[in-house]
Design a protein around this ligand. Structure first.
Ligand code: ATP
Ligand code: MG
Length: 267
């Protein structure tokens, strides 16, 4: 005879979230710091380095990867959330840049209010899908909302983008703190964007690093500094990837250097 305590528990076990080692989430805290542009350029540079890449638009509130690239994908996450397509079926190829894209909902709809259980399922499906790629880059929305945190928790690496603005630095710190509390040991790395110079960007990084070390006892490394460059705006306005429109620009070179270090950490 088995007693109740010996019988297998039917109570739901705490959710074991799947993790994607090759998932790179691009986050920030504050909006408008260049996450989407960086996620696109990072994906492009990884593809140019010979990797099989998927760019996933994880900004469920204001998806705009497709807009920055001037694409009108026939399939998007909206169909996935509605249960009409699988993630795999909703993925489109972007041959000019050599990587795949899973667009957010195009048009006016928002996916920001989908239930947490559906969101977690989506994240788990994304981890499964990532098995078919070398790298999956996830462009996140601003802030620390549940959608953003959900995808960040599943990423093997989180690139936290900041600029030199005090509000941006404060919000980047807030994002790092929340992520560290929820998932200690997360691989978070800092990207300083729109820096006036590489030296200036490194100084900004050190300010953020000091706060992380002082209050959180963690030392997120610098992924790299991206200089402020008019070619970025120009490329976005023309809805063309910067690595096609201005491959020799400073900002493009800075992202390629970040990819070089990401793929060859020992150098
Ligand atoms: N290195 C750079 N040099 C100059 N301008 C830049 C640079 N990076 C980004 N920008 C500018 O910042 C703007 C915002 O970029 P982007 O839309 O990628 O930011 P975001 O963080 O994704 O915003 P959101 O939080 O709204 O999603 C771009 O339109 C571009 O003009
Ligand atoms: Mg964006």
């Amino acid at each position: 005879m088995t007693t109740a305590s010996e019988a297998p528990s039917l109570a739901p076990r705490p959710a074991q979230r799947l993790r994607g080692k090759n998932l790179i989430a691009v986050a920030s805290g504050k909006g408008g710091v260049g996450k989407t542009w960086f996620a696109i350029t990072l994906s492009h540079a990884l593809a140019r380095a010979g990797r099989k890449v998927l760019l996933f638009d994880g900004d469920l509130g204001l998806a705009n990867v497709d807009i920055q690239l001037g694409l009108m994908p026939k399939t998007d996450l909206g169909s996935v959330v509605a249960g009409r397509l699988t993630l795999n079926q909703a993925t489109v190829n972007f041959p000019e840049a050599g990587f795949d894209i899973l667009a957010g909902r195009s048009g006016s709809g928002t996916l920001a209010n989908i239930p947490l259980s559906r969101l977690q399922m989506l994240g788990d499906d994304l981890v499964v899908l990532s098995g078919g790629y070398d790298k999956v880059v996830v462009d996140l929305g601003a802030g620390v909302e549940k959608t953003t945190r959900n995808f960040a928790q599943q990423a093997g690496t989180i690139m936290v983008v900041t600029t030199d603005e005090p509000t941006s630095l404060t919000d980047a710190y807030a994002f790092i703190k929340v992520t560290h509390m929820e998932r200690p040991g997360s691989d978070m790395r800092i990207v300083v964007n729109m820096a006036n110079s590489t030296r200036e960007g490194e100084r900004i990084y050190n300010t953020l690093l000091k706060a992380c070390e002082g209050f959180l006892k963690i030392s997120p490394p610098l992924a790299g500094v991206i200089r402020r460059d008019l070619k970025v705006r120009e490329a976005i306005r023309n809805q063309t990837p910067i690595l096609i429109r201005s491959p020799n620009s400073e900002a493009a070179a800075d992202v390629e250097a970040i990819v070089e270090r990401l793929l060859n950490p020992a150098r």
